[in-house]
Design a protein around this ligand. Structure first.
Ligand code: XMP
Length: 318
């Protein structure tokens, strides 16, 4: 159990000592974990730390812009913005299998990251925002369960890059990282941000990922987040998001029969993401979200609520 003040006093000199005169790269996603790593590194070693943000085209409305804004203006650091939206979409064309999606995205990410890291000369370390639960889950996934979902926070990058790995958060839980984030002066939008998976919206579009489907899901997801924030529920749940289903169902709008896609709404409570329960949202919030999505997002005529807990279901649908 760490107090975050004493954790900082312990970790900053330790990072300085470990890194010495060398350079460090880290992958910055805009999530709280990687943001804390980036800022900690910047505090410890200044411009010898480089944060690389890859826009994979699978992010939510406004997300890339928001991250750029924070790390170039609010907390300026050595920030590398890499736009690879077209590349990822190209490789996901025709891909339906969830594991294949994850593999493609994971491998592309490593390729891109490697290229960017090479542009920065003489890098010797890679810093990652691995947390304690990630460490545990990846160990327990070594058995037959390893095929349930390839875990993408741990492994991948380090195996292919000739860099030494630094994981300054590997003894911490999520709530501790959030406290640390506040002490480091990170803005609330990042600190209170719900977890978002590395493969992004690709694993929330069941079936093929296309620009049209991404656009539909982004609009629906934006409504979910707006309404959760407005009702002061965003901070009380672990995650709240939309999933786009490839099936079509019949509806009626005015005198017209419609035949359109379904949005599933997933809102869960959890302490660490390892187990989760579906949130008992007030009916009026469910109603507002459903009405808004159906009225405002063209291509959607039905919204359903996911009432499954983890286990046996997972939080994400893929
Ligand atoms: P599941 O769906 O396995 O998700 O119950 C548990 C938590 O992990 C997140 N998640 C991921 N995070 N890369 C990530 O960085 C991934 O590939 C990934 N898959 C799931 C998920 O959003 C939830 O918070």
């Amino acid at each position: 159990d760490w107090s975050m003040g004493s954790f900082m006093e312990y970790i900053i000199p330790k990072l300085r000592e470990e890194v010495g005169k060398n350079k460090v790269v880290c992958a910055l996603s805009g999530g709280v974990d990687s943001s804390v790593v980036a800022v900690l590194l910047h505090r410890a070693i200044g411009d010898k730390a480089h944060a690389i943000f890859v826009d994979n085209g699978l992010l939510r409305t406004g997300e890339a812009q928001e991250v750029k804004e924070v790390f170039t203006k609010k907390i300026p650091l050595n920030f590398h913005y890499v736009d690879k939206t077209k590349l990822f979409l190209k490789h996901l064309k025709g891909v339906i299998d969830p594991e294949l999606k994850r593999k493609i995205i994971g491998n592309l990410f490593i390729d891109v990251f490697e290229q960017e890291a090479k542009k920065i000369k003489n890098v010797s370390f890679l810093a990652q925002g691995t947390l304690y639960p990630d460490v545990i889950e990846s160990v327990s996934f070594k058995g037959p369960a390893a095929i349930i979902k390839s875990h993408h926070n741990v492994g991948g990058l380090p195996e292919r890059m000739p860099l030494k790995l630094i994981e300054p958060l590997r003894e911490l839980f999520k709530d501790e990282v959030r406290i640390l984030a506040r002490e480091l002066g990170l803005p609330e939008v990042i600190i209170k941000r719900q977890p978002f998976p590395g493969p992004g919206l690709a694993i929330r579009i069941i079936g093929e990922v296309t620009p049209q489907r991404l656009s539909i899901l982004r609009k629906a997801d934006k409504i979910v987040l707006e309404e959760m924030r407005k009702a002061n529920l965003y901070d009380t749940v672990w995650q709240s998001f939309a999933i786009l289903l490839p099936i079509k169902t019949v509806g009626v709008m005015g005198d017209e029969r419609t035949y359109q896609h379904v949005i599933a709404l997933r809102v869960v409570e959890s302490v660490d993401g390892m187990t989760a329960d579906w949130a008992r949202l007030p009916y009026n919030i469910l109603e507002r979200i459903s009405n808004r999505i159906i009225n405002e997002v063209s291509g959607i005529n039905r919204v359903v609520y996911d009432i499954s807990s983890k286990p046996p279901s997972t939080i994400e649908w893929e």
